[in-house]
Write a protein that binds this ligand. Sequence first.
Ligand code: FAD
Ligand code: MLT
Ligand code: ZN
Length: 469
Amino acid sequence: MGVTSVVEQLKAELGSPGLVLSEADEVAAYTSDWTRKFSGVAPAVLRPRDTDEVRRCVLACRKLGLALVPQGGNTGLVGGSVPRAGEVVLSLSRLNKIENFDAASATVQVQAGVVLQALHEDLAGRGCVFPVDLGARGSCQIGGMIATNAGGIKVLRYGHMREQVLSLEVVLADGTVMSNLHGLKKNNTGLDLKHVFIGSEGMLGIITRAVLQARPAPEAVQTALLALDTRDRLPELLTMLRERLRGLSSLEIITQDSIALYKEVEPGTREPFDKAYPACVIVEEETGAGENERDGFLERLSGVIESGLAADAVVAESEAQAQAIWRLRDGVTEAISRAGLTHKFDVTVPPGALPGFLTQMERFGDEAGGLRTLLFGHLGDGNVHVNMMQKPELPEDEFLAKGPALAERIYSLVAELKGSISAEHGIGIAKRAYLHHSRTAEEISLMRGMKRLLDPDNILNPGVLFESA
Ligand code: FAD
Ligand code: MLT
Ligand code: ZN
């Protein structure tokens, strides 16, 4: 069946204007991922405006024997949000309404295409926060964040997306709309089906709405940047900060070479301290609003300096200074993406293993040759982002060819350390070959059974998690 006939048939089935995009330049905007490592062809992009149009799109694709890739903000980092072999892209971007805020339960009902930043801004006006935050906030959408069970910089205190979702509306592969939206804290009535779809990466159903738990905005947030003259005492630092900062909400690490790269890409950036240290750590604590709260924060941090766990510290005296500290962290991921192609490994290791693991990653990168190893991530969660970036002198094909062996080496070590091969980004296409390092054969078999039950014709995001049905 030629592309034209597929597009014509989709238009005939779906009719409404703006729903079916098929011009090559329009479609191209949806077929490459953020890392520039995954791209494919799609006969068309479907842009439904509401749940019923999503349902109609699914039925039309089924009728025409077309698979589809649900897409939110397309900021996913494992290749799951773009077509591989001729799937139709179904964009949720037009389902972008924040539908209802319930002050008494502090819950908010949103459509899947609401961008995270928009939700943050809406809730700020209500004295609340949505406690999941990440560098892609300007583009990632609530549906995509639920589908990948996104983590980010506040997991330490509030958990992942999973912990914020109270109920979902999902369109299943047969067009069934499963919708039981509520903001109940307690609803123990049989299997909690939302958890099947949270983290399912678009391969079990299309999330169209969610009811989320908002939280009261903290009265004040204290932010500091610590300079470490060694990474060897990270476990002690973690222990002390947890003990001393009861309102600890973020703990991020940026190693020296990641800061160096950020400065290369953003030349105006100053070294945060009077010299380059092996690593810097962002510490954030939610406190009361009294004027002595900052002094209390300084006092609690002083122990970290006195114990030698940190060599220096900068404590933000204003929101602007706090934002400048965060720009260092948020900017690293963007900078790496601008500086070159990268093999990304998003892993969790037990906190005690962190110092040795970081050194091992640098050794693996050196031994692979032609790579620049950049380490940063969510220290408080034991989540290290290992980015191995192509050096200019390494040809792209040789760079790409290094990926599988590197992945096998890194994930085998992570498995030995009883860590996880994917802390927060999911599996997608990028990591499906390594799933056995973190999941048992029995678990994988059960996941396959759930896929067969919910999507027997394998039309939802085929190839994600499993290479073949
Ligand atoms: P997409 O990329 O569009 O899709 C992601 C997956 O979800 C795909 O498999 C897609 O098919 C599926 N999907 C999308 N929408 C739906 C839907 N409505 N129903 C069903 N399936 C759907 N991630 C973190 O966890 N923590 C971080 O700290 C973090 N920081 C980042 C920083 C930057 C600069 C960037 C670019 C990315 C970062 N990410 C991070 C990765 C990414 O932002 C998250 O995975 C995010 O949840 C993806 O949301 P999205 O709307 O862009 O989804
Ligand atoms: C981050 O925390 O910046 C992200 O998860 C993205 C990355 O790993 O690059
Ligand atoms: Zn992250």
